[in-house]
Design a protein around this ligand. Sequence first.
Ligand code: ACO
Length: 320
Amino acid sequence: MTSRIIGTGSYMPAQIVTNDDLAKVVDTSDEWIAGRTGIRQRRIAVGESACGMATEAARRALESAGIDPEELDLILVGTTSADHCFPSAACEVQGEIGAVNASAFDVSAACSGFLFAMNTMQAFIQSGMYRTGLVIGVDCLSKLIDWKDRGTCVLFGDGAGAAVLQASDTGICHTMMRSDGTKWRVLSCVSRTNGNLLNRKTPELGYLYMDGQEVFKFAVKRVPECIDQVLKESGTAVEEVKYFVLHQANYRIIESVAKRLKQPMDKFPMNMERYGNTSAATIPVLLDELNRSGKLNFGDKIVLSGFGAGLTWGATLLEW
Ligand code: ACO
């Protein structure tokens, strides 16, 4: 018994912010941003909340799967920028869509959030505990960014993607997840809730901090390594894989992974040019685009791979 993705959905905020728009706010240029990252524009939530984006992506995924919210046993949301510290974004979405029979909780693994949540869902379904689950990756990092810091503000965007998983004989073939907590400082964001009665600290502003070059080195080493591992452990040749759906942080990272795996770039779909890095949302949004454009056929082998703060990274091999 394994689980299969039976539907996908996504939601991106309406407001587009181009590199030229950012060049009016910080000392940067379209040439620098596009040349170093592949990003030309991103969506920024103005009227939308994280829960609102997640809910809309979930509704679209349920519609594409052809199932009712009441059929869901579990809802997992990968996010690090939910609207509330508690309850979880997953509980908020549950309430919005009326998934009255589900349990719901969030998974915190930053940009690896969707992948970690999906692999967790797979473990629950594989164990026989649940049959049908909804996995969402949503982030609204625009509210955690220092818009005066040109080193980080040009990289990120907001959005949400979702997938419905159901018990099946074929689907997810192999998963792996890893973390290295010794490197947590490389990519982090301070909680706003660190003041109390006794320490009398004023709550700090929670701006995102990133050591870009450390993240770059980590990604180009760990991503091909973990993809190699899932392929080897499942006895799959790299040539059998139709698409590598990677976290959309930077096209240079993806080019480096393709080179290390000795695979052509057309196996590595990308959309960061339009959306930037939407953190936990990048993988399900890209998957939804591939699905809706009819590029995925029954039995196609696909590898998903994410990496992010923690540090966290992982890969999943699945058959569509
Ligand atoms: N516009 C113009 N100049 C800039 C900008 C900008 N937006 N940002 C930085 N610079 C300048 C720096 O100030 C520096 O100038 P200096 O040489 O005068 O000091 C110069 O550009 C080079 O800066 P670096 O930080 O060394 O630039 P680098 O080549 O490393 O590129 C980048 C930065 C794109 C962030 C790169 O390190 C990278 O891709 N890292 C991977 C991290 C990543 O993708 N993170 C995404 C989020 S994390 C995740 O998703 C897991």
